[in-house]
Write a protein that binds this ligand. Structure first.
Ligand code: ATP
Ligand code: MG
Length: 393
């Protein structure tokens, strides 16, 4: 008998000729999450992956591997020879172990017989094993085929796998299977979620953060690193480009109407982000914009900002309600960090009444008072580049 973790993936199975490529990336990322565990091995049988490991590590391994995009769900299982006596015995042991952890009342057995050489049909295996478990528990359990507390799954393949748990994962596609992009990462709730969502679709994400040091504090900077550390549990190692926007903000403040402040800042951020993206061969930008949320996120504002970029800007949260964004932020552990009250660079020169419907020609006209190219170039020359690596716990 061997302890394994079953790794199920969904969308990858639809990939036809490219399936190998997706599986290869998936295995690479799983392996990375397993590096601290000794005695583990990944093996593949048909369109399934299995992780062989020490039983005592299984809980921790699931917690880590659950964060690998492309995986739909995981189960701990025992693998035994495909033999009815062995199946009965292992089924009872597994149920007993589960029962000792948390007493439950009802169960059912579901059998999937992929190996048609196995002589007993699925239904019969289920009732045989169910009967055996029932008898062995001496009346402590009963069968409920409709809404059982626990479902015991018997999968008869070359070997037989038996499991009675199920841990959902995030689905999506493995990282590095869908190009790369640069996330505009603020300290807010939305942008970490936006980066996570693109990562979930297989995009390799790096980040740029704009600050106004010394107007914004060192602690505000720390906050970005804290967010990045949470994100890297999912999206792996990435670069953070730290750009000081203060000089640009001062110039806008001096030369342009007060209510245009935010829109000009956003245009500069976008231009700078695009330059960085091109320099590092990243193919798109990602923001946490959400239609209608604030003045800078009206249809007109988004249009006036997008206009300065020639690469695509992805806004995965555009149609989300705030509550739904918060739900994801909590799930990925960024929420508590995001709500810490540190000033953002945009709050430094916040206009009293920001424009909600900027007009492109007015904005372009105000910009003529600024040395756009020079300011952008200088900001990039002065930026600080950090590479976040996995050296924490
Ligand atoms: P968030 O929660 O992401 O801060 P928000 O609701 O506060 O979003 P805005 O402040 O209008 O929205 O910012 C919209 C988007 O612009 C952000 O999601 C982010 O992608 C980008 N952005 C804003 N400020 C910064 C910054 N200081 N550095 C990098 N990107 C930023
Ligand atoms: Mg913000």
């Amino acid at each position: 008998m061997e302890n394994v973790i079953i790794v199920r993936f969904g969308e990858i199975n639809l990939k036809g000729k490219n399936k190998r490529f997706f599986e290869g990336k998936l295995i690479k990322h799983i392996r990375f999450q397993l590096k601290e565990f000794i005695d583990t091995e990944i093996y593949q049988e048909y369109s399934r992956l299995y992780i062989r490991s020490r039983k005592e590590d299984q809980g921790k391994i699931i917690e880590k591997v659950r964060k690998v995009f492309g995986i739909v769900s995981l189960s701990t299982a025992v693998s035994i020879p495909s033999d009815i006596d062995a199946i009965r015995k292992a089924s009872f042991e597994l149920m007993k172990e589960r029962f000792d952890k948390e007493a439950f009342k009802t169960f059912r057995v579901t059998t999937k017989r992929a190996n048609k050489k196995f002589p007993i049909p699925s239904m019969e295996v289920s009732s045989d094993v169910g009967g055996f478990v029932l008898k062995s528990f001496n009346g402590e359990l009963s069968v409920d085929v409709h809404q059982p507390d626990v479902t015991l799954i018997v999968e008869i393949r070359q070997k037989t796998y038996i499991t009675c748990d199920h841990f959902p994962a995030y689905g999506g596609l493995p990282l590095e299977t869908n190009g790369s992009a640069l996330l505009l990462l603020s300290g807010g709730i939305d942008s970490p979620v936006a980066g996570w969502m693109m990562g979930k679709r297989g995009v390799k994400v790096h980040a740029v953060h704009f600050h106004s040091y010394p107007f914004t504090s060192e602690r505000a900077q720390e906050k970005i690193l804290d967010l990045a550390r949470e994100l890297q549990n999912y999206i792996g190692e990435f670069m953070i480009f730290n750009v000081n926007l203060l000089k640009i903000q001062k110039a806008i403040n001096e030369e342009c109407p007060d209510e245009e402040m935010t829109i000009h800042s956003r245009r500069f951020m976008t231009r700078i982000a695009e330059k960085i993206a091109k320099r590092y061969e990243l193919q798109a930008l990602i923001t946490g914009d959400n239609i209608g949320q604030v003045a800078s996120q009206t249809m007109e504002s988004l249009q006036v900002v997008s206009e300065v970029a020639s690469i695509p800007i992805f806004r995965p949260l555009i149609a989300y309600d705030k509550q739904d964004i918060i739900k994801v932020a909590k799930e990925i552990n960024t929420y508590e960090i995001s709500i810490q009250p540190f000033e953002d660079c945009c709050s430094v020169f916040l206009p009293k009444k920001p424009l909600t419907r900027p007009r492109l020609n007015n904005i372009v006209e105000s910009e003529q008072h600024l040395d756009v190219e020079g300011l952008v170039t200088e900001a990039i020359e002065d930026m600080e580049i950090m590479k976040l690596t996995f050296n924490q716990e």
